[in-house]
Design a protein. Structure first.
Length: 178
């Protein structure tokens, strides 16, 4: 049986691919590009909002974190409040990035894109190397199986058929746009 945290870590790899592309596009823009590539940033925001947030963070926030918060799960410390705070902080950076695009404000887009990339890279590191190993240790096999079933149900309810594949292709496309 594949662990829920393995699935989430695999999803992180696709998110990191987009973060890398976003960082490179910002570097290009900062080092001489005078015009915002609105197509790139619109697609990056689409990926972030739909894949990273609606597809991935929903599994963490609505399923994994809730299971880990139950009284029956013993963890030596609980980093979930920090993880939730960082999810919200990231959403704020994305909103400000989108605002900057609408205003055609290159500096606002760059600042918030860089902030988002830096936040999420550290956030993913903490989840993959601290939270997920703690979850693997704390959750029973029955809980992990239940979480996997809830992941599958959430994907079907919140994501149209084919959407996962669409966003994985979009991650590849964003890398090629740089």
């Amino acid at each position: 049986m594949k662990k829920p945290t393995t699935i989430l870590s695999e999803e992180h790899q696709h998110i990191l691919k987009v973060l890398s592309a976003l960082s490179r596009e910002c570097d290009n823009l900062k080092s001489g590009g005078s015009k915002l590539n609105k197509e790139f940033f619109s697609k990056a925001i689409d990926f972030i909002r739909n894949y990273a947030d609606k597809f991935h963070h929903v599994k963490e926030e609505d399923i994994l974190f809730k299971e880990l918060s139950k009284d029956t799960v013993e963890m030596h410390c609980n980093p979930m409040d920090q993880m939730l705070y960082e999810h919200d902080l990231g959403r704020g950076f994305v909103s400000l990035m989108e605002e900057g695009m609408k205003e055609n404000n290159k500096e606002k887009v760059l600042e918030n894109a860089y902030n988002y990339v830096q936040l999420l890279q550290g956030h993913i590191f903490k989840e993959d190397n601290i939270l997920y190993p703690m979850a693997d240790e704390a959750l029973s096999e029955a809980s992990q199986k239940s979480i996997l079933e809830l992941f599958s149900k959430a994907e079907k309810e919140k994501f149209q058929e084919g959407a996962r594949a669409k966003y994985l292709l979009l991650a590849d496309e964003l890398q090629k746009m740089i």
